[in-house]
Design a protein around this ligand. Structure first.
Ligand SMILES: [Zn+2]
Length: 237
């Protein structure tokens, strides 16, 4: 299923249900629900989140800067020989990592930085750092489409938002939106494997991406979501 459909369905249903349950729909709640609706697909190479995390031109610029730094470290005597050679080899070899590897390395470094120096934005720095670290470390089509993913993400939000005024709303919004993404994916031909290594697959085959029927079911889900949103936020308020 496409990211756009996930964004609409997961976020729309989550916010409607939460509003019906009496939670305040604040900007952070909307942001967490939206992010969580796309988060499971972070391990897809073409995922919106991963592609947007560090644009290609920035990576190229960084590569050139690193090569420059390697040359500088070699000649400028920053460290005594042979350490200048070691240092410049290290920096230089990082610059030759292919785009994906380099991207992951940079994401990990940013995550480390957020952990170490982002206290002022607690808990958002920890949440952002974990998202970056997870997307850099989780293998392709990895653990994100499992119940462990739902539990892990909910727990992360829960512990990050302990003590916040609307902390409960945050982890419920995130967990629900994430779970709805998996539910929507379980309707597709690919399905999900919720509890690996158990081979049990959740696959209802209602939506085969690319087919007419699949497209119709997807559109229907989006329309039902929009109807729910209108009902909750327009008609009954
Ligand atoms: Zn997915």
């Amino acid at each position: 299923m496409m990211g756009k459909s996930h964004l609409i369905i997961s976020t729309g249903v989550t916010l409607s249900v939460m509003s019906l349950l009496g939670h305040d729909i604040t900007i952070p709640v909307i942001a967490v629900a939206g992010l969580s609706s796309l988060l499971p697909d972070i391990d897809e190479p073409n995922s919106l989140l991963v592609r947007k995390a560090i644009p290609e031109f920035l990576l190229r610029g960084l590569q050139i800067a690193l090569i420059g730094a390697a040359i500088y470290f070699y000649f400028a005597g920053v460290a005594p020989s042979p350490w200048n050679i070691v240092l410049s080899l290290l920096v230089g070899s990082v610059s030759f990592l292919p785009g994906r590897r380099l991207r992951h390395l940079v994401m990990l470094l940013i995550a480390l930085g957020l952990f170490a120096f982002g206290d002022a934005y607690d808990p958002w720095n920890y949440i952002a750092a974990c998202v970056l670290a997870i997307s850099a470390l989780v293998p392709h089509r990895g653990l994100t489409h499992t119940l462990y993913g739902v539990v892990g993400w909910s727990a992360l939000l829960y512990f990050s938002s302990l003590g916040m005024v609307d902390g409960d709303s945050l982890w419920i919004a995130g967990g629900m939106s994430y779970a709805l993404h998996l539910l929507a994916d379980s309707l597709t031909r690919h399905g999900i494997t919720p509890l690996p290594p158990l081979p049990f697959k959740l696959r209802l085959k209602l939506m085969s991406t690319g087919t007419k029927k699949g497209g119709a079911v997807e559109s229907l889900c989006i329309m039902l979501t929009l109807a729910l949103v209108v009902y909750v936020f327009v008609l009954s308020s």
